[in-house]
Design a protein around this ligand. Sequence first.
Ligand SMILES: [Zn+2]
Length: 277
Amino acid sequence: MRFVMMHIQRTVWTLTIVLCCAGLTHAQDAKPTPASALQRLKDGNARFVADQNSKRDVGAKKRAELAKGQHPFAVVLTCADSRLAPELIFDTGLGDLFVLRVGGNIADPAVVGSIEYAVEHLHAPLIVVLGHESCGAVSAAINGKPDDFKGDLGWLIKQVKVGDLPADADKKMAAGVANNARAAAADIELRSKIIHEEVKEKKVMIVSGVYSLKTGKIDWLSAPQKKKIAEKIEAPKSVKLDTIPGPSLPIVVDPRWSSVEQPARFPRLRSIFQRWR
Ligand SMILES: [Zn+2]
């Protein structure tokens, strides 16, 4: 009898521990912190580098679950280059990452507006700006001449911020890629009061890194000088809309949107996102 009681007691304890742990795991998944989200990306990248990617759940059950709503645990702004894909290099699945891809991973108004949506409405706690080795946009900004790139591509290349570069030609590209990723990370906070407030309250963290095409590994960069950013944030720099080129070809505007004169303005973007929801 005593043995049976001890056995029941042990079973109850085991069940309690299992249920507590399950609850904890679920709670962590439900509300990731900036630090836990970053760790999840680092762990996923380590699996990718070791060629040990998880089996991706993209089946009907997962899709039905996601159709009810999205809760991405991180925002990733990276280049449009075909040789990296955030979901693969971080070993994540559908619904995990809110991804923005644009040549040179620049933080222009449409990009920053999209990140505001992910932070404010989807409560993503982490923003990653990811540059990459041999980035064509960075190379163009370093080596190209202004007349080499016409039209919208020319405008895009001008937004790439390579910063101060070493004289050594071999080190120029790596420094330009890292500087540009750090600059975009800083721009996100400088351009958006919404995101800046979230960062100040430590609800959101912005980090930057550089992806190696060969190894698949991410070199996480140190944060840009906070003091310099803080000085600039006192007087947030707004984007001059007249510096954004208009479409080079006439476009047919849907009559429902005829009242939208400047789709790049933040309030307009916000109203567009509200329609998406
Ligand atoms: Zn690139």
